[in-house]
Design a protein around this ligand. Structure first.
Ligand code: FES
Ligand code: FES
Length: 155
């Protein structure tokens, strides 16, 4: 079945199978490997992307459901000032270890700070509650997100 959607601002036309997930379409067919495959059950958040601007776990979305819709991954936000600030803060605060959770974590954080440059710790925890990290213990990730938001607010 041929269909099209918008990936990182560009229209993509591709073939999909009936039961293919958005995660498999992105990774296996389109080579977008920043979107990580973890649990494939909606539990870990490694596969998070923005669908029409909102974070979703792409392992739970059937590819055929996204016809005509907009999907954004970290690649699509390379030049975005808010994402840039988040990336820098993650590095400065030591919020990245193995990095497997990082793209999904960044997209959830981006979704938060896009509308809130003064998030409380509780709001940050809520925003990333669907993103599991096995390495960092979360403290540095939370600090990095708050730091990035504060920096953007002061600019
Ligand atoms: S791979 Fe999708 S939530 Fe874990
Ligand atoms: S940095 Fe390894 S899972 Fe988060």
């Amino acid at each position: 079945m041929e269909f099209s959607f918008i990936l990182n601002g560009k229209r993509v036309v591709c073939d999909i199978s009936d039961n293919q997930t958005l995660l498999d379409l992105l990774r296996d067919s389109l080579g977008v490997t920043s979107v990580k495959k973890g649990c494939e059950q909606g539990e870990c958040g490694a596969c998070t992307v923005l669908l029409d601007g909102e974070p979703v776990t792409s392992c739970l979305v059937l590819a055929r459901r996204i016809e005509g819709r907009e999907v954004t991954t970290v690649e699509g936000l390379v030049d975005d000032p808010k994402m840039k600030s988040l990336r820098e803060a993650f590095l400065e605060e030591g919020a990245v270890q193995c990095g497997y959770c990082t793209p999904g974590m960044l997209l959830s954080a981006y979704s938060l700070i896009r509308s809130n440059l003064d998030p409380t710790e509780a709001q940050v925890k809520k925003a990333i509650e669907g993103n599991l990290c096995r390495c960092t213990g979360y403290v540095k990730i939370i600090e990095a997100i708050i730091h990035a938001a504060k920096k953007l607010k002061s600019e």
